[in-house]
Design a binder for this molecule. Structure first.
Ligand code: RAM
Length: 900
């Protein structure tokens, strides 16, 4: 009895005195064991873990070798450094297609050394055009109805296979197979880039698919973004008219030999069951035309035609840096309905992006047609008018003789409902599964609180992100648009970086931005640009060029995005400078504060219209400020000085043109005051009264926001910065139009494009522009994480190297929590009000520190882990700021209590 009581204490002592540090979670270029890396100096990141508090790394050693255990290729030696993210490889030149292994060990501030980590690996891509032995191939005479072509080739592999890697890309979309098995799990490959300038290939480890003896490899192609319809003006063939394939398989043998099987004039081609596909319009699959076993070695291809080689460029090929689109959640029918019009409709309960997998039985030639819709109308009928010209229909034709399974490949839809046509008799809802598609970004953030409507809002924000991060950040997934709208992406980017790991996603897209930037520096409305160079340079849209690099730098602490994007950032600021007269930029077309509040009955003149050139000048200043920030981080002193001088002139010109001497702005809207305050446009002395005017305006609208795309993301932040968090909470909790919770109350499961997509009388906004899956207004998520739960990073310790935990209880919330997987590990802030006592649990990852802001003015009212604050030796009191007690902590878990 005595022993058993003692044991836990004993174990605890032993455990803490010998507490070990470990190192894990090794990433190369932010990816786990990636294949196909372009960077000749790949960067390494890892995480430390230790059970005790205040752990900081003081040194590291990295070994790189050609096998898991060896450091033969490069040994960094012991490097005194606290850096644990993005350390560049420093060894001899890397070789194309070569696989490398690395491991790391670290030392900490308590004199401990970790053991070697488990090894991680990466494999280089094909680094030069000459590494591509394969040739581009295509179909000699394509059928005008554009069925998907199949290509195949048999080959012999020898004994002793060590590894096999497939490098594949296409003009169009591809799905590859080897010996009857699908290659990889990515869909809609090769993704979407500015194809004529940058075309991604994917690299796959196919060692398990290739065997000694006779094998077959092949691929099927679809039109996709390459030549299908993209854009709302009927554009198609934007990048070309013909589909082509580039396929290279490299087999390495244990004896050091390699075999390369590449697409060339010996490949065979035919068509199969995919008879037509378009992203907007859907896919037609006719199972009767299936070429069963078409990628098996013994398939009879004597009736297939010979593929034609094509002299197409290989110098634009790039490895894939972002996570590919893959399948995620699946949904079963929540309800089967017969609408008033008598149509059979399934409700999946969630507005999503993806497609429907169907199990079905019938006779050869029977067909089923699925149409997709986001909403039912007021009468309960299937509503597709807001899809505009996008047909969004999949048609499956049966071959008969048992259960058949259909799933499209080269399309996607934005939908919650499907209409089913062509099934005689009863529909079995279990035969239909909605499959969700999005870029495979790691989930990093969680936010929840005691208010169920706010939790639903967070759910809608996440689903808005998932539905629109499909290789590029799209505005919407359902209508004939689905384009990489720059304004939408910039307003949502900071929120996006909380919910999911979007560093590689945006790094890739920003390179397309730089590639498509007009030679005069103008940034297109959409990236990849399918609207032409004239469709560019709108304030708040084009500023994506400066805003996203800076936001990604803050969220991930990676300087490289600033280095890579710096010329593009600067070119955009120079564009505005070139357009300005006397430092005032007041020319050109601008979307303005897109979709701002307009009353239903527009007769009272209360529309919240903000002068577009006032907005342009604010963003001119903001982009210039971000360029100065980037120049400072990158040590470009001369640029920083020059742009600081320019910024002063931009602000002077602003005041002269748009503000009265007493501090009134020519547009008295929320957005005008929000942008002026957020971007520090006003002299210090006039800011407080500007904040008061903003609050007064909000009160005049009875605590409703009236902001559009550009004012909304900053609205609550500005209120909090001027100590008006209570007003911000009133806006957040507002549930009548216009507000964030109005759509939630109307049953939304994603963020809507417009505040009033469905009006209070259940009629719709104009079908010409009414998406129910548009993430821009979801930008409030950033305020929920950073202010409500209170997780933020200091700019001089970006990527949460030095984080700020500053929860703001309010809005009658009893509790709120946020968790974030940072580069260093999990950072959390969970707060709860219990009997007048404020409880805060904070988790800070190793190798970082945090400043915790506790809502207390007197340290005597605060305890941590039950002890009075001054008795806790590993917590440092930093002072009082705006009614908060600031304490500095190192890594570890902390339980604070603040009593009244
Ligand atoms: C529409 C969409 C998009 C927006 C542009 C200006 O096409 O609403 O989100 O950025 O307009």
């Amino acid at each position: 009895m005595r022993i058993s009581l003692l044991l836990p204490t004993l174990l605890l002592t032993v455990f803490s005195s010998s507490a070990q540090i470990t190192v894990a979670h090794l990433l190369t270029e932010n990816l786990s064991d990636p294949i196909g890396i372009d960077s000749r100096q790949p960067r390494f990141s890892w995480q430390l873990a230790a059970p005790d508090r205040n752990v900081l790394q003081t040194a590291y050693e990295i070994q790189v070798g050609d096998g898991p255990e060896s450091g033969k290729i490069w040994n960094s030696g012991k490097v005194q450094s606290d850096q644990s993210l993005y350390i560049p490889y420093g060894g001899p030149a890397v070789a194309s297609g070569q696989k490398y292994f690395w491991r790391v060990r670290v030392w900490d501030n308590k004199g401990r050394a970790s053991g070697w980590s488990k090894p991680a690996s990466w494999q280089m891509g094909l680094l030069t055009p000459a590494d591509w032995k394969a040739q581009w191939i295509r179909v000699a005479n394509e059928d005008p109805s554009q069925p998907s072509p199949l290509f195949r080739k048999t080959f012999i592999a020898q004994n002793g296979i060590a590894s096999a890697t497939a490098y594949i890309t296409a003009h169009g979309l591809y799905e590859a197979q080897i010996n009857g098995q699908r290659v990889g799990d990515a869909v809609l490959t090769p993704g979407w880039t500015s194809y004529n300038k940058r075309l991604q290939y994917q690299a796959y480890d196919v060692t398990g698919l290739v065997h000694p003896g006779k094998n077959a490899a092949g691929a099927m192609l679809g039109s996709g973004w390459y030549r299908g319809y993209v854009g709302f003006e009927g554009q198609h063939n934007v990048y070309g008219t013909e589909l082509s394939l580039l396929f290279q398989l490299v087999i390495r043998y244990k004896n050091g030999h390699t075999d390369t099987v590449g697409s060339d004039g010996s490949w065979k081609t035919a068509t199969g069951e995919v008879r037509h596909s378009e992203i907007y319009n859907g896919e037609t699959v006719d199972a009767r035309k299936e070429q069963k076993g078409w990628s098996l070695a013994d398939f009879d291809d004597t009736r297939w035609e010979t593929a034609q080689t094509a002299d197409l460029p290989k110098d634009k090929l790039i490895a894939t840096v972002n996570e590919p689109v893959t399948k995620h959640e699946t949904f079963h029918a929540a309800k089967l309905l017969t609408t008033p019009r008598g149509e059979k409709v399934i409700d999946f309960g969630q507005n999503l992006t993806g497609w429907v997998l169907v199990k079905i039985r019938g006779k050869a030639g029977d067909s089923i047609r699925l149409s997709h819709a986001e909403v039912l109308d007021k009468q309960g009928n299937f509503y597709t008018e807001n899809l505009r010209s996008a047909k969004a229909q999949d048609v499956f034709v049966l071959k008969g003789g048992g259960e058949e399974i259909f799933e499209p490949r080269f399309t996607f839809h934005g939908f919650r409902y499907i209409r089913i046509e062509g099934v005689d008799g009863a529909v079995n809802p279990d035969d239909f599964t909605a499959v969700v598609l999005y870029s495979n970004m790691p989930k990093t953030g969680n936010f929840n609180c005691s208010n169920v409507l706010i939790d639903q809002l967070q759910h809608n924000i996440q689903w808005g992100q998932q539905g629109n991060f499909l290789d590029v950040p799209t505005d919407c997934p359902q209508r004939d648009e689905r384009l990489g709208w720059t304004g939408d992406a910039q307003v949502f980017s900071r929120t996006a970086a909380f919910n999911r790991g979007v560093d590689n996603f945006f790094a890739k897209w920003l390179k397309d931005l730089a590639a498509d930037q007009v030679s005069n520096g103008a940034v297109p409305f959409v990236i990849p640009n399918v609207l032409g160079d004239g469709a560019s340079a709108s304030a708040g849209w084009a500023d994506v060029a400066t805003i996203i690099p800076w936001n990604m730098y803050l969220a991930y602490g990676d300087k490289r995005i600033l280095e890579d994007q710096y010329p593009s950032m600067k070119a955009w600021v120079e564009y505005m400078r070139g357009q300005s007269k006397n430092d005032l930029w007041n020319t050109g077309f601008h979307f303005g504060d897109w979709l701002f509040y307009r009353p239903f009955d527009d007769n009272d003149g209360r529309s919240a219209v903000t002068d577009k050139y006032l907005i342009a000048q604010c963003f001119y200043a903001h982009s210039t400020q971000l360029l100065i920030n980037a120049a400072t981080v990158l040590g470009k002193k001369e640029d920083a000085d020059n742009y600081t001088a320019l910024l002063k002139r931009i602000k002077d010109a602003y005041l002269q043109e748009y503000m009265t001497p007493d501090g009134r702005l020519v547009s008295g809207t929320q957005t005008a005051y929000v942008l002026s305050l957020q971007f520090d446009m006003l002299p210090e002395a006039l800011r407080k009264q500007a904040a008061e005017r903003l609050v007064k305006n909000i009160q005049d609208y009875n605590y409703h926001l009236t902001t559009g795309f550009l004012g909304t993301p900053y609205l609550c932040h500005v209120l909090s910065r001027w100590n008006q968090t209570d007003v911000a909470y009133r806006l957040l909790l507002q549930d009548s139009y216009p507000s964030w919770l109005y759509p939630v109350k109307m049953g939304a499961t994603t963020i809507w494009e417009r505040w009033d997509g469905i009006k209070p009388d259940s009629t719709f906004q104009t079908p010409g522009m009414n998406s129910f899956n548009h993430y821009a207004y979801g930008a409030i998520g950033d305020w929920m994480y950073r202010v409500v739960a209170g997780i933020d990073t200091y700019e001089d310790g970006p990527g949460y190297h030095h984080s700020r935990i500053a929860p703001h209880p309010g809005g009658r919330l009893r509790s709120a929590s946020a968790d974030l997987e940072t580069g260093y590990g999990k950072l959390s802030s969970h707060w709860e009000m219990k009997d007048d006592t404020f409880h805060l649990e904070v988790v800070v990852p190793a190798n970082t520190t945090a400043t915790v802001c506790l809502p207390a003015v007197d340290r005597g009212l605060v305890t941590e882990g039950g002890n009075n604050l001054s008795a806790v030796k590993d917590i440092q009191i930093e002072g009082i700021e705006k009614g908060y007690l600031l304490v500095r902590v190192g890594s570890g878990t902390y339980h604070f209590r603040v009593s009244k």
